[in-house]
Design a protein around this ligand. Sequence first.
Ligand code: SF4
Length: 87
Amino acid sequence: MESNNGRIPCRCLLAEAGEKELAQSIAEYVNTLDEDIRADEELYRERLRICGGCGRLLNGTCLKCGCYVEMRAAVITNRCPSEEKLW
Ligand code: SF4
């Protein structure tokens, strides 16, 4: 996994990109979502696994839509914005 300690663009999630405060803020936001709109843990992890292998991921941001994927993936009705609909 590439590191972002030197602010080098990396194809990784925020939590892995050295953006600890932002990743923590997003995790706290995700925890505030009502259960009826929130993806369950298994689905959330699977979505993030797919994003982690996607060439459109850069420093936790989806280059297709501009969202932080750790935030986008948490809402059950959200979908991957790519033409391929990866999740
Ligand atoms: S295009 Fe889809 S799979 Fe790729 S980073 Fe964006 S949301 Fe994730």
